[in-house]
Design a protein around this ligand. Structure first.
Ligand SMILES: Cc1cc2nc3c(=O)[nH]c(=O)nc-3n(C[C@H](O)[C@H](O)[C@H](O)COP(=O)(O)OP(=O)(O)OC[C@H]3O[C@@H](n4cnc5c(N)ncnc54)[C@H](O)[C@@H]3O)c2cc1C
Length: 465
């Protein structure tokens, strides 16, 4: 492989692997360096006693097509596993009791009148306030605002407490008062700008997508999402996927990039794609530009814990007839959400058993990782009993800890990204992708790293002597 055309990719999570796959398709030589001993980053699937556990992500959102398209492209189409379309309920805890989200609710936007009116989740005054979305004028100044400000303005305080906080900010394990609406849910901002009302906008969008009715909203893979990591790796030259190889320093030398590993090894490259989460990129980019380093370091990351509990079905009083439940902050419990994992996807628990996945921590509970595994399991068991009537000793327990792994795109985030991009444009051949910059989640991460790798490939072909 020609050194003069080589691209070095830093990081072997989904972002780095997607970048490698994109370069490979364009026949651009690359080497990927991954600090840990395994590829996949936060994507990790494990089997234990007949249960299938996802340590990190468990679902790929269908509405953003890039994640599923990549799975199909690498031959995983037949292994795509839709969420159970018969049991789609999502519950929200209110005053200690579980209430199902009404049918037709699209994240925060009601699109079916009767189920919305009949819902026991919202009070009558809350419903009336949400209905005012139809008449409240659109915001015209184009300024960024928090999820909380947006929700209060369009749907009121109750919708913020019951949907905005546990569901929308909850997806990011974040604080709704801080997360940027434009960075995290740009589609809703666009719907408001275009239709003046989210309800009207969502109904119009749904009319345009009639064919998609009945399609699952999320997919996993048989054997778990790590199958995507293996399928990507299997297509790439094994010698160019270097694990246990942390990159320590990037320097520009004579119009090329010198990449120094923690081991001392050095590699020359025409271009570098840094495909690590924003916080891990700080160490590499700060010596090249103090501005970029500082701005990247200003993107906060929060810590979370995932706790699995397996039970014999008869130990759990609740029918677990849905995807899971959300726990609003005002309930004063420590879990933030629960997946009814064995209902959501088939093959996640042995016959006669169920699998629950509990989420803890995030911006709401920054101290969560100070608890040891036994304390986290005890907490999960006590809240599973209270919320779902799960009694007796679990047949499986497992804790996954995610210290500072979840990026927070706070108000003003898009401005900070523009600032970073401006500075990067002054460093030819240096490209940045990975969680927390322009993307969070698998579909957006795949889209961003594909675009960035394409830009790196074009740079390499234009620089060819
Ligand atoms: C608990 C949890 C649940 C989630 N659930 C979902 C979900 O259901 N659906 C969804 O779409 N998304 C979900 N996400 C988000 C999604 O998983 C991430 O956005 C995405 O996987 C991030 O991929 P990445 O490649 O950018 O980063 P990572 O997966 O973090 O990979 C980055 C890699 O870079 C390596 N690295 C860092 N520094 C260096 C260095 N100096 N040299 C070499 N290598 C380095 C790291 O070791 C790591 O392997 C979840 C995330 C978490 C933590």
């Amino acid at each position: 492989m020609s050194e003069a055309r080589k691209v070095v990719i830093v990081g072997g999570g989904i972002a780095g692997l997607t970048a490698a796959y994109t370069l490979w398709k364009r026949q651009v030589p690359f080497t990927l360096f991954e600090a840990s001993e395994r590829l996949g980053g936060v994507v990790r699937s494990e089997s234990s006693g007949g249960f299938l556990l996802e340590a990190g992500p468990d679902s790929i959102l269908a509405q953003k097509p890039e994640g599923l398209a990549l799975c199909r492209e690498v031959g995983l189409g037949p292994r795509l596993l839709p969420t159970n379309t018969d049991e789609r309920k999502v519950y929200v805890v209110r005053n200690g009791r579980l209430h199902a989200l009404p049918d037709g609710l699209m994240l925060m936007v009601p699109t079916r009148i009767l189920p919305f009116l009949a819902s026991s989740l919202f009070s009558w005054s809350g419903k009336l306030r949400m209905a005012r979305d139809l008449v409240i004028p659109r915001r015209r100044d184009g300024a960024d605002e928090s999820i909380a400000e947006f929700m209060r303005r369009r749907f009121g305080e109750e919708a913020l407490d019951l949907l905005g906080e546990p569901l929308m900010a909850g997806i990011h394990s974040g604080d709704p008062e801080k997360l940027s609406m434009r960075a995290t849910f740009p589609r809703f901002v666009e719907l408001e700008a275009r239709y003046g009302s989210l309800v009207r906008g969502m109904l119009a969008a749904r009319r345009g997508r009639r064919g998609a009715a009945g399609q699952a909203a999320f997919y996993s893979l048989q054997g778990g999402l790590a199958a995507l990591v293996s399928a990507l790796a299997a297509r790439l030259p094994a010698a160019e996927l270097r694990t246990g190889a942390a990159v320590r320093e990037l320097t520009r030398v004579d119009g090329a990039w010198r990449v120094r590993l923690r081991s001392g090894e050095q590699v020359e490259a025409c271009a570098v794609v840094v495909a690590t989460p924003a916080q891990a990129a700080v160490e590499l980019l700060a010596p090249l530009s103090a501005d970029v380093g500082q701005t990247l370091a200003g993107i906060p990351f929060v810590s979370t814990a995932v706790v699995y509990l397996g039970f014999a079905s008869k130990q759990v009083a609740h029918p677990l007839d849905g995807y899971g439940l959300l726990v609003p902050r005002r309930e004063r419990l420590r879990s933030t959400a629960w997946s009814f994992f064995s209902t959501k996807y088939p093959g996640r628990a042995p016959q006669g058993q169920v699998l629950l996945r509990a989420f803890f921590g995030g911006a709401r509970d920054p101290e969560i990782l100070t608890l040891d595994d036994d304390a986290l399991i005890a907490l999960a068991r006590s809240e599973a009993e209270r919320l779902l009537g799960a009694r007796g000793a679990p047949t499986l327990t497992r804790v996954y800890r995610w210290p500072r792994a979840t990026p927070q795109m706070e108000v003003g985030h898009l401005g900070r990204v523009a600032q970073i991009e401006q500075r990067l444009s002054e460093m030819p051949g240096l490209f940045l992708t990975g969680a927390g910059l322009r993307s969070v989640g698998i579909p957006d991460g795949v889209a961003d790293s594909t675009r960035v790798a394409d830009a790196a490939a074009s740079f390499v072909s234009e620089s060819r002597p």
